[in-house]
Design a protein. Structure first.
Length: 229
């Protein structure tokens, strides 16, 4: 799977993430120039989970994004559809309740979570609108949604440089550090094809969430969207 389109085949995407699992966290740190650590902190701040609250971390991968919620005393459930990611995560963080699940058919009852979050995974769900609706289903009334996703830089000259980085620099860097570099060609293209900040906010509203808003991080490379059930 080398081309990003809106008809992503779940089995292909799952195999891709299984292939990159072993060095996924290291590769992300290198490719983002360390910015991924800051983005995770912003997600943690936006979710604002209190001790004892139930948090779903969808597309959690190896659980790097989930651990900070547990450290705060929240009951966090890392969920991902890649068994390779879950296996790597369970070895590193055996205390977390890693759960296999498809973003369009979550294995949880309605109104289970106080907050749900997904970082850099919504664009990989075969039907993002269905994924957002499913997240709403498992969130209690009044609960929170936080979506952290790659977006569109707001300054046009920087946007041009950023796209050039994605398509020219990212693949050779990935070849040097990733366990499956071809997957990062797909990831780069999926970022380019993803809706901008305003269109994603509209999609969140279409899924039934209330008062969607967003904040740009790193000049709009990433956008943090929030909404209420």
């Amino acid at each position: 799977m080398t081309r990003a389109d809106l008809d992503k085949q779940p089995a292909d995407v799952r195999r891709m993430f299984d292939a990159v699992a072993k060095r996924y966290d290291v590769t992300n740190d290198v490719l983002s120039l360390g910015q991924d650590r800051r983005w995770r902190k912003e997600v943690l701040r936006a979710v604002d989970a209190e001790p004892g609250e139930r948090v779903l971390d969808l597309a959690a991968g190896t659980g790097t994004s989930s651990q900070p919620f547990a450290d705060r005393g929240a009951v966090v459930v890392p969920c991902d559809f890649s068994l390779g990611m879950l296996q790597v995560g369970k070895q590193a963080r055996p205390e977390l309740p890693f759960t296999a699940g498809d973003g369009t058919r979550l294995p949880f009852a309605a109104d289970t979570f106080d907050a749900v979050t997904i970082s850099f995974g919504l664009r990989n769900i075969v039907d993002p609108l269905a994924g957002l609706r499913e997240l709403l289903r498992v969130t209690r009334p009044g609960g929170r949604l936080v979506v952290c996703e790659f977006s569109h830089p707001t300054w046009a000259p920087f946007r041009t440089v950023y796209v050039e980085y994605l398509m020219r620099a990212l693949p050779p860097i990935a070849r040097a550090v990733s366990s499956s570099p071809d997957a990062y060609v797909y990831l780069a293209e999926s970022i380019r094809a993803w809706p901008d900040q305003q269109r994603l906010a509209a999609l969140i509203a279409d899924a039934g969430w209330h008062r969607p808003e967003w904040r740009n991080l790193s000049g709009g490379i990433v956008a943090l969207h929030r909404a209420t059930a």
